[in-house]
Design a protein around this ligand. Sequence first.
Ligand SMILES: [Zn+2]
Length: 395
Amino acid sequence: MKFLFRFLLIVFCIFYSSKIKADFLTLDSHIDIPFDYMTNPEHDPGNKTDMQVDFQKMLEGNLDGGFFIVYVGQSELDKNGFQDAKKKAIIKFNAIKKMVEKYPERIVLVKNPSEVYQAKREEKLFAAIGIENGYVIGEDIELLEYFYDLGARYMTLSHIGHNQISDSSLPKKSLKNDIEMHGGLSDFGKIVIKKMNELGMMIDISHVSDKSALQAVALSKHPVIASHSGVRSVADHPRNIPDNIIKEVAKKGGVIQVVAFSSYVKVNKDRTNSIIKLRDSILKMTGDMNFLPEKHMKLAEYKNGMDEINKDFPIPDIDNFIDHIDYIVDLVGIDYVGISSDFGGGGGINGWSDASQTYNITNSLLMRGYSNEEINKIWSENFLRVWKTVSKNIS
Ligand SMILES: [Zn+2]
């Protein structure tokens, strides 16, 4: 009996470890970086840092790479606002360039899916670039091409607050936003969709209003992505995607990259309200207009406030996160779902609080019964399929 038990245990261990060791290609579609990335040694991913993503953490957690984000917050829709946003965007493009130039043996900038596979073969990390908030192009359609040439391969049409392209899922009080500004996409927004199709840049419907998302999916000739969003039926938050839009995205061959952002993984209104209140008080204190994770999350007032909130309302965990993945798989199938952390931008859940814990996601997917092939689809193949389609079928 004892022998049989040992034998079964050994068989199980061999089986389980071979599954864990399966070589997944892991891609995180949304990693935020601060404005002083690569200029401040504390924000140089080649160093040991407090950031949620640096090279060492990626290697520890088996995260191969991802989209590093050129995010600029929403301000006024006027010439000064647009000019300022463009300047800020370029700072982040330069920072990513500086990173790959400083560490050519460790990480490469990828501009298409074959370069992702190449990086994996060479055992290097990879960084692609996404723009978060079409605000940065102002009303200058040519800027899209300029940013594409700098490496941008997707653009989130809006962020918090309506912009010149699209209505947002979250109107911004400080900009005196009504519920809607354009009734979905603006006329300029429709031109932007066309131009993105022409360039081979992926259209990202995370953050936009439901109307905008539906219009963008219908108007785009190619599949679209939601680079970092959850499922509204699982967690009822405007930033999450409702079933009808998930179905439309899937019908067109796109992908929803489920995000590990605690307020979207599990809705706890008291927790969310407490975080909003805390952030508002920090903005009031500093006099800033937009929340800057790299600056504000370091303040003792923020840290203490978050500790209190986490004590009162626990952070959601990986099981809650995978519920979103399961839901999409049940609704439309295995081919339309992926993974994003939003690390550096407020992302992080219990069990996946930084890149070094990435393997926990893989393990949990295995425990839920997903096969290696299915996990590879979730981790990267689905997203890369969309990227391939969008970049090959340039119209
Ligand atoms: Zn975001």
